[in-house]
Design a protein around this ligand. Structure first.
Ligand SMILES: O=P(O)(O)OC[C@@H](O)[C@@H](O)c1c[nH]c2ccccc12
Length: 280
């Protein structure tokens, strides 16, 4: 049975073929080599008070459709940075998320904090493209990649000075992700095969990550209480999209997330209590 994820990836591959025909690989390699050096996001993630917020520029989602018009992605990103975000995530997938490399360019030009290219990255071309457009981090999803591809793309990105955020959604993916010794691992509360959000997945999987890995809780944050819950479960960073683009005051919202995390004591690994669950 083909899943939402399979359908998204087949669209991504078609769009990739179009871009590759317009800009050959050798040219993207040159642009990547000429781009200003990538920033290392890890020190900033570790130094963040309470929690590092990775704030996302997200126009649409497959589950909800249009979220927000976002006329100026650069302005939104600057607001995130002003609120204390540690990085900005930019969805560049076009068909389901309404993003583009132009959004990445606009954000890159607007902020000095690290920028994540969030896309369904399945080909080395996309990694080079991310660097050519100034990305410091790229998303690599364990659910979308075979072991060899995950390693190849991870090593290509780190060789270019970028930091992969390796995304997982179950214990088997955690094991596969850790095999490439990533610096940053994200547990996605959303199952991309069904689009269901289950924050308990984050609480269950975070204790499986070694302490030297930056642990990111992704998806399902509706407000400060959810951020506190993720931090209590052991998250060092949270990745938030929808709540920030639909809330109206992005700078204040980021600041409120950070404030909510400040006084939370993470539970010792394995002792995290149950967290709430909902369906999108
Ligand atoms: O809008 P939310 O629920 O705050 O989620 C943000 C982010 O985690 C989500 O956009 C995401 C996480 N992993 C992904 C992979 C592909 C596309 C999107 C995503």
């Amino acid at each position: 049975m083909s899943t939402v994820l399979d359908e998204i990836i087949s669209g991504v591959r078609e769009d990739l073929a179009t871009r590759r025909a317009a800009v050959p690989l050798a040219q993207v390699e040159e642009l990547a080599a000429a781009a200003p050096a990538a920033l290392d996001p890890v020190p900033g993630f570790r130094a963040a008070p309470g929690v590092a917020v990775i704030a996302e520029v997200k126009r649409r989602s497959p589950s909800k459709g249009a979220l927000a018009p976002i006329a100026e992605p650069g302005r939104l990103a600057a607001a995130y940075a002003a609120g204390g975000a540690s990085a900005v995530s930019v969805l560049t997938e076009q068909r389901r998320f309404g993003g583009s490399l132009a959004d990445l360019d606009a954000v890159r030009a607007a902020v000095t904090i690290p920028v994540l290219r969030k896309d369904f990255i399945v080909d080395p071309y996309q990694v080079l493209e991310a660097r050519a457009h100034g990305a410091d981090l790229i998303l690599l999803m364990a659910s979308a990649l075979a072991d060899d591809d995950l390693r190849e793309l991870h090593d290509l990105a780190t060789g270019l000075g970028m930091t992969p955020l390796v995304e997982v959604h179950d214990a088997a993916e955690v094991e596969r992700a850790l095999a490439v010794t990533p610096a940053v691992v994200g547990v996605n509360a959303r199952n991309l095969k069904t689009l269901d959000v289950d924050r308990q997945v984050v609480a269950d999987l975070l204790p499986l990550l070694p302490p030297d890995v930056v642990a990111v809780a992704e998806s399902g944050v509706t407000g400060p209480a959810d951020v506190a819950e993720y931090v209590r479960a052991g998250a060092g960073a949270v990745l938030v999209g929808e709540a920030l683009v639909t809330g109206g005051a992005p700078s204040d919202a980021v600041a409120a997330f950070i404030a909510a995390a400040r006084d939370v004591r993470p539970h010792p690994a394995g002792a995290a209590p149950g967290v709430t669950q909902d369906k999108e």
